[in-house]
Write a protein that binds this ligand. Structure first.
Ligand SMILES: Nc1ncnc2c1ncn2[C@@H]1O[C@H](COP(=O)(O)OP(=O)(O)OP(=O)(O)O)[C@@H](O)[C@H]1O
Length: 365
């Protein structure tokens, strides 16, 4: 196992990058600690695979350094870095049995025969492949092949890290949740550094202790699932995490805080002071649908007209218009609301976030 550090690392696929938009990864510093279960989460094209391939050694970054336990490994191959990588599609030897597929990485590293058998059986047990050990890989289903692929990643005990690039894409939805939990168990049992790439927030939060959210070639936040939900430090994180995502309202400065249309939203003294020190006018207020509260008419309650009600069983998502802003509000199933009705909404200050140039303006108290 290794601590993996990226220092002043950036990557462009262009020979002569002209500006930041020519970089698949914009310059960043980041540390993946030993033994962590991490997810790298972001939309298609944000740079996740590029990042993973740079860590594994399939790709050399055009700038900066990749360090394993403090030692530069930029020029080393995945094999020399001792990295196991599991890809979106299964990589198995069709003509070999499942046993031989799982044993292959161990035979390559000259592990003694007895230990190979023990370890293959252990991993086959965890992945529920015991009954298939004698079968030729070519006779397996896509799900089973991908489990073998994962097994080949997990079987070595000496790896610096295991990297997963959307490994559950080909897996049947029924099996997906089971395998996700399984990977988590494996992490707890074997204590290996694992980095798991996905564009699915549910997959990321079930697997990882900490998630790095990538957007346009940058890690915009690195935190626990709860931190990303409760305190998104970039509007993209607010929007991307949660279902539906955070309400984000463009606002302008006003005496007490900020405003949109005729609606004034006072801010705490602390946030007002922070805001006074900022030059930008690209300001947004964010609040998650879960944290908007229905209220009685009165001070601090904003009238909004219900435009849509989506009943989701145990709760409902209400779309309400407040001036020209459409807001999503999550209400319990027993709150009765109808289209066209005027409701009043309260924004608890604790859950109201201010963003300047898309980044969170942190309150100091
Ligand atoms: N081999 C390549 N040559 C040139 N550009 C590339 C290459 N691979 C990726 N890119 C570009 O780099 C950017 C990041 O791509 P990358 O595949 O790392 O993103 P991703 O988040 O993994 O996306 P996806 O989930 O779709 O795989 C994209 O703009 C992509 O078009």
């Amino acid at each position: 196992m290794a601590e993996i550090s990226l220092t002043a690392m950036a990557h462009s696929y262009e020979r002569n990058p002209a500006g930041p938009e020519d970089y698949a990864i914009r310059q960043l510093d980041h540390v993946w600690q030993k033994g962590g279960a991490y997810a790298l989460l972001g939309p298609s094209g944000c740079g996740k695979s590029t990042m993973l391939n740079i860590i594994s050694g399939l790709l050399e970054p055009s700038e900066g350094e990749v360090l394993f336990d403090g030692k530069r490994v930029n020029e080393l191959s995945p094999r020399e870095r001792n990295i196991a990588q599991v890809f979106q599609f299964p990589v198995v030897y069709d003509s070999m049995t499942v046993f031989d597929n799982l044993a292959f990485p161990l035979r390559n590293s000259k592990v003694p025969k007895n230990r190979i058998r023990e370890r293959v059986e252990e991993i086959a047990g965890v992945l529920e492949l015991e009954d298939l050990l004698k079968r030729k890989a070519r006779n397996l289903t896509a799900d089973e092949k991908q489990k073998v692929s994962m097994g080949r990643g997990l079987v070595r005990e000496d790896v610096s890290a295991i990297l997963f690039d959307e490994p559950l894409t080909v897996i049947d939805p029924q099996l997906k949740w089971k395998l996700r939990r399984k990977l988590k168990q494996i992490h707890e049992q074997f204590d290996i550094t694992m980095i798991y790439v996905t564009h699915d927030q549910l997959e990321a939060s079930t697997f990882a202790d900490k998630i790095a959210v990538m957007y346009e070639g940058r890690i915009v936040q690195f935190g626990t699932p709860t931190e990303l939900f409760e305190n998104p430090n970039h509007t993209f994180v607010g929007f991307f995490i949660g279902s539906p995502g955070m309400n984000l309202m463009p606002v302008s400065r006003s005496g007490d805080g900020v405003r949109f249309g005729d609606t004034d939203i006072p801010l705490s003294d602390d946030l007002r002071q922070r805001l006074a020190g900022l030059e930008t006018d690209n300001l947004k207020l964010g609040i998650r649908p879960e944290f908007v509260e229905p209220a009685k008419p009165g001070e601090g309650a904003h009238p909004a007209v219900v435009e849509d009600v989506e009943d989701l069983g145990t709760y409902q998502i209400v779309t309400a218009r407040l001036e020209d802003q459409l807001l999503k509000v999550r209400l319990s199933e027993d709150t009765r609301v109808e289209r066209g009705q005027t409701i009043h909404l309260h924004f608890p200050p604790r859950w109201l976030k201010l963003y300047a140039d898309e980044y969170l303006v942190e309150a100091t108290s």
